[in-house]
Structures are given as C-alpha cells and as structure tokens.
Ligand binder design. Sequence first.
Ligand SMILES: [Zn+2]
Length: 708
Amino acid sequence: MATVTPPVSDISAKPSSLDSIDAIPQEGQTINHDGKAYTTIREGQAYILVPHGIPTSTDPKSSKEEVERQQVFYNPIQQFNRDLSVLAIKTYGNDLVQRKTEKHERYRAKAQRLAERKKAKTVETKVEVPPEAHPQPDDLSLKKRKLSDHMIPGPVTSGQDTDAGKKRCLADVHDSNAETEPLRNPPSTGNGHTPRVEELQKPAEWKPAFTILDALSATGLRALRYAQEIPASTSITANDMSSKATDSIRLNVKHNKLESKIQANTGNAIAYMYSRIEKQGYDVIDLDPYGTAAPFIDAAIQAINDEGMLCVTCTDSAIFASHGYLEKTYSQYGGLPLKGEPCHEGGLRLLLHAIASSAGRYGMAIEPLLSLSIDYYIRVFVRVRKSPNEVKLLAGKTMIVYHCDSGCGSWSTQFLARNKAKQNRDGTSSYKHSFAAAPSADQHCEHCGFKTHLSGPMYGGPIHNVGFIQRVLAQLNEAERSVYPTYNRIEGMLRTALEEITYGAKSAETTEDGVTKQLGPIIPKSDPAAIDDWPFFFIPSAISRVLHCQAPSLAAMRGALRHAGFRVTMSHCKPGSIRTDAPWTAIWHILLEWVRQRAPLKNALKKGTAGDVILAKGSSFAVQDNANPNPVSSTDIVNIAKEDPSNPDNADLSAAETNQTKKTLPSYLGTNFPVEFDENLGRDHDRGKYVRYQLAPRENWGPMSRAK
Ligand SMILES: [Zn+2]
C-alpha cells in the first residue's frame, strides 16, 4: 500500500501549451489539472501522469531521495515485472475465456434440448400440466441462479457483481449463505422480464466475465495496462488504502479513457479482499507490495475464484533469501531460509509454501505456473483451484533441507510425508498418505563431515508449468518489441525457466527445429503429485573453492555430467549455475576427477577442512598403493597426481602405467563412472542466443525502502 507524497506542482516552468485531462493521451504531453501540471509517460499501451518535478527516467546519477519520489509515481525498473505480468495474465485469460465459453456452450445446448423436448411434449400430447408440477418459487430462483451462472447477456462492465449469486468456491468450506443469498442481478432484458432461453442464444453478444484485482495499486499503472493490453478482461479493481493514491488512479483512468473498465477503491487491501468472501471473487489477484506479500496471502485466497490466478511479488529479499533474520523469515513465510548461493530459489519455495498452506486450509490447492527470482525480488504466478483431494498431497510435496552451509555446500532434502499412488479396483488411481521416516540425513554432512543446518519447510514440487511458459512465450512472439522494451530479457528468462523443468528436452508441442507449434488456449494441468528431487543448483566455481582447485569451465562440468548420463541445465536465478539431476556423490566424483585429470592441487589442503575430508574419500589414488590401508589425505593426492598419466603434465609416463590406472576406475563413496570433460557436449547450441541474465542498470541498485 503506497502512500503518495503530495504532487509537486511546477506551474512556474509552464510549457507553451497545456492539455486538459480530456485530451487524447500522448507520450511527453503536459496535462494541467486542478492547477497542477503533469508529464505523460507511456508504458506498454497505457499512459501515466507524473507530477512535474519528479524524474521520469532511470538516471544513474539520481539521488536516493529522487529515486524514492520517482518510485511512488512511476518505477521504471519494475517495467519488466509489469510487461511479464501483462503477458502472463493474457495467457491465463485465454485459458479462462475458453473454459467459460465451453461451459456456456454446454449449458446452452442443454437448455435448448430441454426447451425442444418440452415444446414437442406440449404439442404432441396436449396434456394439461397438473398444478403441483408448476415450478415453485424456490425452484424458480434456483433456475435463475443457474442461468446467471452461464448467461451474461451483452457487454459486461462490472463482472464481479454480475453473477453475484454464483456458487463461490469457498462457499461450502465456510458454510456461507451464498447459496441462499437472493439473486441480486438476474439476467434481465431491461424491461422487467426474465429472458427466454431463445433470447439468450446469441453467442455473439455473450462475453465471459474476466475480473482482475490490483490490490495494492499505488497510481494504478498495472490496472491501466491490464485494461488496455488484455482484451479479454472485463472489469478491473484498483485498490489502495491512500485516498491520494486513489485520486491519482482516478485521474489516470480518466486520462486513459478507461472509466468503463477500471474502478478505483480506497481501502485496506486485506479488509477489501475479506469483504469479497461471500460475493463473487476475482479471476486474477495481483499482489505487488513494497516488501513482503505475506500478510495479504490469506485474504487473497478468500477473494480468488476457483481456477483463479494469484500473482505475487515479494521484495524483502533480506528476509526470504538471507539468514540474517531467520526468526522473521519463519514468522512471515512459515519456513526457514536457505543460506548461500541457492537462497533466492529457497525464497521462491518459501513463498509458494506460504501460499499453499494458506490455500490448503480452505480446501484449495495451488499449481505454480511460473516462479521467478528477478534482480532483488521474487514473483510467482500460481493457479488456485478448489480440490480437497489435491490438498491432501501437500505434506508429501513439502520438504525440509539439510544444508551443509559452513562446509562443502551440498544439501539433501526430505519430504514431510509420503504420497504413494495406488491403483483402485475400478481402474482409477488414488494416493495413500503416510508418515515419512525420521531424519533422513545425519547431523554431519556425508561428504565433508561438517555440521549441517535445517531449512524449510518449503514447497518441494515443480515451480513452473511447462505448458504455461510455452504459451507466454507464444504471446511474447506476437507482441510488438516497441511496446515491450523488456522483450529480450523476458524471452531469455522464460526459456531458462522452461529448461529448468524440461532440461532442454523437446516437448510434444515443439517441432524438430525447436519451434513451438500452434498451442491451444487451455493451459495443461501439471501432475499435482509431482515433486522436485533436485530443487537447487550448484556453482562450479563455488564447489572448486572447497577443494582449492582451479574451477572447471561451465562447459567442461556440464559435459562431464552429460557424458555420465545426467541431465543438465542452468538456473534462471544465477549466472554460472548448474541445475542437474545428478546426486552430490556424482558431482564430487566429477570434481575429484577434475583434480586428478586436469587440475592437480599445488598445495596440500589443511587437515580437517571440508576439501581435505572429501579428497580423502576418493579412492582414485589409493588403488595404486594397496599396501597402505590408511585412507589417503590431500598430501598424498598432490604427490600421486604428479605421477598420474592422464595429467597432461605427465605425458611422458609409460603406456604400461597408463593401463595400470585404467584397470580400476577411481571412485568416490562408491560412485565410479568414467569421467570425460567433453566441452562440446557441455555446450548448448542456443547459448548466447538469448539474454538469460541482466546486470543491474544502475549503481546501488536494489530494493527501496517503503515510500514515506
Ligand atoms: Zn559438506
């Protein structure tokens, strides 16, 4: 909820011409309204008024104070978030319109059949209907409600009120009186009579309601863009608790000529969303606060429709992605943060956990569609559906993480419960839910022996839906680059996110050349029981520091993993990251082979360090000295590596010695596949084709404190 500083008027520096608020909006135009002058900025297809004296572009030299003032009215850095949100909501909207239209068609066909049957019966038999067979008032109201469910004649201007009698997804959970609520707005032709089915059978006039709530709207830019750029949207509410903000929203709505589509509401977002509990909810709710969205989540769940989409931003990375205030992380998100490199991915999973556990209380299950860590904030798009059966899977999809944060950086995960699929006699399948075994990991890291720490609980299912990302990419493909200046970055980030799930495998919806085929509007549902066994990435340079060795190139490390049959991709969260389904024993085995084959240690590691303990677990060199039963230390490894024939420095060693080495494969904790650092195999052909990561556009760039 933004508080808005009073607009700075700067009439003294009056430009040559001032337009009134009724003028056609244009970029750079100066608007004079109520004695104040504003500059018009265009973003996407919407225009936003910024009072004179407030900077309107990203200037690296801007002072902190200037930036803060600017952020209240227009924050250019958040354009990526807004561009992405427009595309995501548009994609979701296509799905929603298709579903509602199909439902409407089914109802229409059924109503027509009934009408025809009734007509035929009346004509053929001419039997008088006995009085008790006439519909009673109660039946009538029920039928009316059913009609209103599906029939919204004519253009809809305030969708969330039009079908107020519709059974809300939460109604049966809360035992609300939604079912008995009088029908406030039955379909009417305007002359007082309820329309006959024939009158309603005009598909051209019918448009499904598609309602959006911008719950923390500030100056309303998101709402303006959704109204302009998402043609399927029928009604958008822009809410802010500050009346100055809603005044500013109304002014912008008027300027953009969107009064018929956007309603401004002054109120506390939480109270407003709870107030929708017994009324029609929203199809999309966007939470874009300064700081954390955690306090708004439960209320948003109350106000979202069944099969609706929540869009949630959190900018408090000091809480969700840092261990400095772990007690605060727990109270906000219901889980403990992850330390070190994958902390932002941990933050995404904590936020999903917070949403899933809130929703679960009301029999609502979540399906993450897209979850991104962007610069200093996180943004998730989540489909929410009423499904008590899917909610039962949640404990088995929620995990804790044992993280060796002070030693080698490896981690292992444990799910809180088990979901076991079983086949029923009638051929359907269901799940049996049971307790998980007590701690699955030792207190000490199995690799380096250091103490591990506990993180989570957090969401352990897949964090994206492949079909959704493919459809957003298709939307992007049709978008104009001039309207979406963040086009390249959106494309790069979406492709990277997609590969986190597919590992680059071509799906059935992709042709041989990697071109996405024509996609239907319906977003396929992900497997609700799926879990992510390898949720976090690692960074080759970071694990190389543990062994104090020169780091392998990304291509070499990826090539070695692929050569051994593991899948490899990168994480959108961090440049230089590797996301793989290889277990940590395989990763350390490869790195030990890197040391043996390519990067012999120059100095022995200090006794008792994480690297020293890991090296001692590798058998690679002990095989040459079977007489010595004691485990080798890194001192031995330095000496042996000097004699290793596969070390390019030792090319003059005899062939006999080389054969001797090949006889027994080096192993690490029982893992002994042959390791080849095949850089060609490790390279992706489209690498460099997309803007996958972006550097910060200005100095000291980061989250701003909440506007005063
Ligand atoms: Zn460790």
